[in-house]
Design a protein around this ligand. Structure first.
Ligand code: GRF
Length: 208
């Protein structure tokens, strides 16, 4: 079966994108089941875009301030993404909530990775919030995107322990440990979805 087409959306360092690119390169797109056809971002000047260019991939940038309103931005992001005819869109550290147009076009095909065990600690500060709450175990969640904030059907999760030093040293070290696990989980999940297909039944994601 032909490798599935992935458009990856990023906002930052792009290490999750890099993990996907490395896995695809190591296994080959046909064995892995997918290849990245383009990388999109909501801002310029980020390492994630440099990684995409270094891999020879086309990139696009849709910045909210370049549009009259949020709906205009969402429509532009939808068009830019659609140009690459993705089978799956992977939101890998993309720090924007997509809107109605994007969901109408790609709903059920948008995978997001979140650095906490949803439904605990949704939103932009999942690591910091888990630490502030005093959680002893946190982790990461790969899920489908719906119209809420980190509320879509969960595909897979992995736990990471919070250790004493995290409380003293803040969220950065904990986030790095989570990202280490998160990258591997994302690579695993995207590969399985691409190779095996899936069904979403209510809140359940079924991979044969
Ligand atoms: C990840 O932990 C992601 O879940 C969070 O931001 C981080 C992105 O890291 N929203 P990177 O840009 O892939 O390195």
């Amino acid at each position: 079966m032909a490798a599935k087409r992935l458009v990856v959306l990023v906002s930052g360092s792009g290490t999750n994108l890099q993990a996907l690119l490395d896995a695809i390169e190591a296994e080959g797109p046909d064995t892995y089941g997918a290849r990245v056809v383009a990388v999109g971002a909501d801002r310029d000047g980020i390492a994630g875009l440099d990684r995409a260019r270094a891999a020879g991939l086309p990139t696009f940038v849709c910045r909210v301030p370049d549009h009259a309103d949020r709906a205009g931005w969402d429509a532009a992001l939808t068009e830019a993404t659609a140009e690459y005819r993705p089978d799956l869109v992977v939101s890998a550290g993309f720090m924007k909530i997509v809107g109605k147009a994007f969901l109408a076009r790609f709903g059920g095909r948008i995978v997001n990775t979140h650095p906490a065990l949803l439904p605990s600690f949704p939103g932009a500060h999942g690591v910091r919030d888990a630490l502030a709450y005093g959680a002893k175990v946190t982790g990461c969640t790969v899920h489908f995107v719906d119209d809420g904030v980190d509320t879509g059907p969960i595909i897979a999760q992995r736990a990471v322990e919070v250790v004493e030093e995290d409380t003293r040293e803040g969220a950065a070290a904990l986030h790095e440990r989570i990202k280490d696990v998160e990258r591997r989980l994302l690579v695993e999940v995207v590969g399985r979805l691409a190779r095996d297909g899936y069904r979403i039944e209510g809140r359940k994601v079924l991979i044969p």
